[in-house]
Design a protein around this ligand. Structure first.
Ligand SMILES: [Zn+2]
Length: 339
């Protein structure tokens, strides 16, 4: 397992364990009441499983199969971090069951993504997603507010396969219900965080960029929960702004503080939302500068800002594909242009 993935596991395991510890301390007096098959013992067990997993990380054994010392598939660890053997030791029938689950997950996921972009007066929206595997970790969606403004979200769910798919369907349901009720995006982010933080069995979090387009007022609001900085092209000055995180990823910390930002959105302005598969797309060469990266992305925007959202997006896909010889990670793009 690579260092980055391992660090993510470490971080989440520590956060989860601390959350559960806090819960245990605040419930210690009621322990007696719960004796005998009580949630307290359950939580204590989960806490010690977290501690053991963290010890395995420190010993360099986490994610290593106890039978053959090979790598355990990370998406299975996300579903259950106590997994200790790799798929090589599964029987034929166990494998068939897993495969069926995965096919179902892929089907569910395809149905979760919107099949059309919203049509708004004065705004062009284009979106595209490309999962690298059957089931990816990228997500985007749209929802409408009662006042006619438009919600847009792009998200990267840590992990792939089953765990990502399960989390994604939770996310979609939550967003469609909570989204329109929370015009203030920071309170939407807070509600989502509460929902996903206490998901103790899944080791996952979600980076997310939330946007609300208020075309009548000529402004957009955004809240960046630990996601890649989106690009804002400001047509009047011909400059690029990077919209950096205004809070942590969803499901990562107990008391996050999400800030809401407001921007003018005038004719010619563009918002480009993307997942990290775009900037991390690598070309096959082994020179140091082999990632597509933010600079190439900025150059593309400066050279193509005059195009319609559709053409702009299609051209960007081609440019990155040419660079990388095809995408290797999930890539999702949403282009929002004021006309
Ligand atoms: Zn093995």
């Amino acid at each position: 397992m690579n260092k980055k993935t391992l660090n993510k596991f470490r971080h989440i395991l520590v956060e989860h364990r601390d959350t559960l510890d806090t819960w245990l301390k605040s419930n210690s007096e009621s322990k007696e009441v719960h004796l005998g098959g009580a949630p307290v013992q359950e939580v204590e067990k989960v806490v010690s499983q977290h501690t053991e997993a963290l010890e395995r990380i420190n010993r360099g054994e986490f994610g290593q199969c106890t039978e053959c010392s090979g790598d355990i598939e990370p998406e299975r660890l996300e579903l259950d971090f106590t997994t200790c053997v790799c798929l090589d030791h599964y029987s034929e029938s166990q494998l068939r069951l897993l495969e069926r689950d995965l096919e179902l997950a892929a089907k569910v996921q395809r149905q979760l993504l919107p099949h059309a972009v919203p049509v708004l007066p004065g705004v062009q929206i284009a979106a595209h997603t490309e999962p690298a595997q059957v089931v990816g970790g990228d997500y985007f969606d749209f929802f409408s507010y009662p006042d006619g403004s438009q919600g847009v979200v792009i998200a990267d769910v840590m992990g792939k396969g089953l765990s990502a798919s399960m989390l994604m369907s939770n996310l979609q349901a939550s967003l469609r219900i909570l989204g329109p009720e929370h015009p203030e995006l920071y309170s939407l982010a807070n509600r989502l965080n509460e929902l996903f933080l206490h998901n103790v069995k899944l080791i996952s979090f979600i980076s997310m960029f939330l946007v609300r387009i208020d075309e009548n007022a000529g402004i957009v609001h955004y809240c960046n929960a630990g996601h890649n900085p989106a690009i804002r092209w400001e047509a009047a000055s011909g400059t690029i702004h990077w919209l950096k995180p205004t809070g942590p990823a969803i499901g990562l910390t107990r008391k996050p503080s999400f800030k809401l930002k407001e921007l003018p959105f005038s004719s010619g302005d563009i918002l480009l939302l993307y997942t990290d598969g775009l900037v991390e797309a690598q070309n096959p060469g082994d020179d140091e500068d082999n990632e597509f990266g933010k600079e190439r992305l900025a150059t593309y925007v400066k050279e193509h800002f005059h195009q319609s959202a559709d053409v702009f997006l299609a051209g960007l896909r081609e440019t990155v594909k040419d660079f990388a010889g095809g995408f290797h990670d999930d890539v999702t793009l949403v282009v929002i242009k004021s006309i």
